[in-house]
Design a protein around this ligand. Structure first.
Ligand code: NAG
Ligand code: NAG
Ligand code: NAG
Ligand code: NAG
Ligand code: NAG
Ligand code: NAG
Ligand code: NAG
Ligand code: NAG
Length: 454
């Protein structure tokens, strides 16, 4: 049989599997979700978009080097993105590093405000670390017309007058053999630091030496891991990012190997309510193809739906998987204990406790159904116990879920960031606060303003 017909049969049989695994209502949910996500993609297929391709001068490039930089034209900014009026957008491809500290490409975007709040000084510099976007390259926030998080993140930051440097994380946008390494916080921390180092090579005159990292969910974890990694030995290359003032870790998805079992426990036999574990498993297979295969652990239903999931991002994943119970998702969950995966959490995710390089504000919704307040507090306490001099604050928000915490905490964390730039000292030691809502009537559902669904 010829290669073409073999491929055709493989393709058709995967179509049949997908149809068996995803019935009419599943197909309808998939199509709605996928088309709403595809409508947000600036480029419909990043693999065919020249900007995201790795250029020839990658050879010999070192972490922190710029490979490509595009200041987007006014026409493009006006038409293709929803950023607030007055904002400038650049996108760039730069070098970061993998687990062996070998250079790999990453993409990112930069937002600049209309003018400098203080004309005599550079802009105060933030790195924004995004949460779970999806798995495929198209899901890169720089390829999203709302830059993925819009007013829940970068728009609010740039409107407060900061320069916002926003890595997509290696493999989301950029082309790397192992694919996007979901939840690899130790590596995302490198993406953060090298993303800033690279941006300084182009717009260094505009950026303050001091910087703060702020992120949510996967990005909250990234902010926390950045604060830890910068305190570790042999990080001189990352420390060239500038004077690190601290991290805001919002709803940090710290340790998947604890969060996933907790999601199963809470579901109590009902639907798990998210798709992140499926993204996670696919990413692990990309890293450890010889030790871990998704198909050994997931049901035929999941296997049949994977090709659909890889046509969209988080919303598509949720449409396909969040209704499924643990028994409908997995044959068994012993993969959570595989040595390669336990080791992944230590090395790739960077699970601590570890010492902090600078102050940290942890923001956490008390009713977050995805990143549980208890889990966040457990890791916060472990850091404080092992490193009692940590300048860390845990601020808990009542009646606040995963999306609400991006927004109802903004006034608090923006003030915290401003105080770091003002040089206000935080005394050594941990503190824990519970926010006090003024009324019981506040809006407590996540709100997106630019045609996305949450
Ligand atoms: C998931 O459940 C909701 C509510 O029960 C239903 O409307 C939706 O169609 C289901 N989605 C899939 C993919 O089965
Ligand atoms: C995107 O482009 C790549 C490379 O040309 C191709 O292999 C892939 O099928 C395309 N994806 C979609 C969804 O069209
Ligand atoms: C690669 O080329 C681009 C322009 O094509 C340039 O801006 C960039 O600095 C170069 N990077 C390296 C590492 O040579
Ligand atoms: C912006 O959108 C237009 C119209 O959809 C498209 O032709 C163009 O390629 C887009 N620009 C970028 C940078 O993707
Ligand atoms: C991009 O814009 C910034 C800010 O105006 C400017 O400093 C830089 O030189 C521009 N870079 C390129 C490659 O056009
Ligand atoms: C779980 O699945 C793996 C992979 O298929 C298999 O090797 C193992 O025996 C299973 N364990 C249990 C307890 O069913
Ligand atoms: C918090 O998590 C720890 C570890 O998973 C568990 O021992 C403890 O019972 C949990 N506490 C609550 C209140 O859920
Ligand atoms: C964390 O420590 C605080 C203060 O000691 C304690 O009240 C809380 O129960 C601890 N939380 C967890 C999850 O261990």
């Amino acid at each position: 049989m010829g290669r073409t017909s073999t491929l055709l049969i493989l393709f058709l049989s995967s179509l049949v599997r997908a149809q068996e695994a995803c019935d009419r209502s599943c197909q309808a949910a998939f199509k709605t979700a996928q088309s709403s996500e595809a409508a947000t993609w600036v480029s419909k297929n990043v693999s065919e978009e020249n900007f995201y391709s790795t250029p020839a001068n990658v050879t010999g490039a070192a972490p922190g080097d710029v490979l490509k930089w595009e200041n987007l034209s006014r026409q493009t900014v006006n038409v293709n993105f929803t950023a607030p009026a007055g904002t400038s957008i650049s996108r760039y491809l730069y070098m970061t590093e993998d687990i062996d500290r070998k250079p790999i490409p990453a993409s990112g975007f930069v937002l600049l405000p209309y003018s400098k709040p203080d004309p005599s000084k550079p802009l105060k510099t933030l790195v924004w670390a995004h949460g779970t976007a999806g798995r495929i390259r198209n899901c890169a926030p720089s390829n999203h017309k709302n830059l993925y998080y819009e007013w829940s993140g970068p728009y609010a930051l740039v409107q407060a007058g900061y320069a916002v440097i926003a890595p997509d994380y290696a493999g989301q946008g950029s082309d790397i053999p192992q694919g996007f390494m979901y939840e690899a916080g130790f590596l995302h921390a490198a993406d953060v630091a090298y993303g800033l180092i690279a941006a300084r090579k182009v717009i260094g005159d505009l950026l303050s030496d001091e910087w703060v990292v702020v992120g949510h969910s996967e990005g909250g974890m990234t902010a926390w891991r950045t604060n830890e990694r910068l305190a570790m030995p042999n990080q001189d290359a990352l420390l060239k990012a500038g004077k690190f003032l601290g991290a805001v870790a919002n709803a940090p998805a710290l340790r998947p190997l604890d969060l996933i079992p907790e999601s199963i426990r809470r579901a109590a036999g009902g639907p798990i309510g998210d798709a992140v574990s499926v993204f996670f498993m696919q990413s692990l297979e990309g890293l450890f193809p010889n030790q871990f295969r998704v198909k050994d652990y997931v049901t035929d239903t999941v296997m049949g739906r994977l090709p659909l999931m890889d046509q969209g991002c988080l919303t598509t994943g949720r449409a396909l998987f969040s209704n499924l119970t643990a028994a409908q998702l997995w044959k068994n969950t012993t993969w959570l204990q595989l040595p390669a995966i336990v080791d992944w959490q230590k090395r790739y995710n960077g699970a601590g406790p570890h010492a902090l390089a600078a102050p940290m504000l942890v923001v956490q919704g008390m009713t977050d159904p995805l990143v549980y307040a208890n889990n966040t507090e457990l890791d916060f306490n472990a850091t404080c116990k092992s490193f009692p001099d940590s300048k860390a604050t845990l601020k808990l928000y009542p009646d606040t879920d995963h999306d609400v915490s991006t927004t109802n905490s903004q006034a608090d964390y923006l003030q915290w960031i401003e105080e770091r730039f003002e040089g206000i000292e935080i005394p050594a030691g941990c503190s824990r606060e519970v926010s006090e809502p003024l009324t019981t009537l506040f809006k407590n559902v996540g709100t997106f303003y630019a045609a996305t669904t949450g």
